[in-house]
Design a protein around this ligand. Sequence first.
Ligand SMILES: Cc1cc2nc3c(=O)[nH]c(=O)nc-3n(C[C@H](O)[C@H](O)[C@H](O)COP(=O)(O)OP(=O)(O)OC[C@H]3O[C@@H](n4cnc5c(N)ncnc54)[C@H](O)[C@@H]3O)c2cc1C
Length: 105
Amino acid sequence: MADLEVPVLIVGGGGAGLTASMTLATLGVESLLVNSVPHTSVLPKAHVLNQRTMEIFTEVGVAPEIYRRTCPPENMKATGWYAGLAGPHDGYGRELGRLEAWGGG
Ligand SMILES: Cc1cc2nc3c(=O)[nH]c(=O)nc-3n(C[C@H](O)[C@H](O)[C@H](O)COP(=O)(O)OP(=O)(O)OC[C@H]3O[C@@H](n4cnc5c(N)ncnc54)[C@H](O)[C@@H]3O)c2cc1C
């Protein structure tokens, strides 16, 4: 493989690396991102994003697409406790308690 020189080498294409890549691109700084696998995470790893994170994503222009794809706030407004999800007894599915959470209420 030929030598390659870049101003910035980003190793790892998770949230940190991808955000670094987008931020540098926004600032006009050339970079190369390398990742150990040719895809992003196969499982969701960021259901809740905080305000500071969304400010950065607004700056780099990806916030609208995140809002478009995200879980609607009304579907993410509480944590509930249940007697069970399924099983050989009549109690499963019975809600034991609920607390408003996650900022969607
Ligand atoms: C189930 C789950 C749910 C989560 N939910 C949330 C949430 O709701 N909100 C939230 O803010 N956070 C959440 N997190 C935490 C969040 O996902 C992590 O904090 C975040 O992914 C860390 O980002 P990172 O870029 O530092 O590392 P990672 O996302 O782990 O990315 C590292 C990347 O580097 C690559 N890599 C590793 N070694 C090498 C190497 N030697 N060479 C090249 N590439 C390499 C990996 O393949 C990977 O792509 C969750 C995590 C999990 C597991």
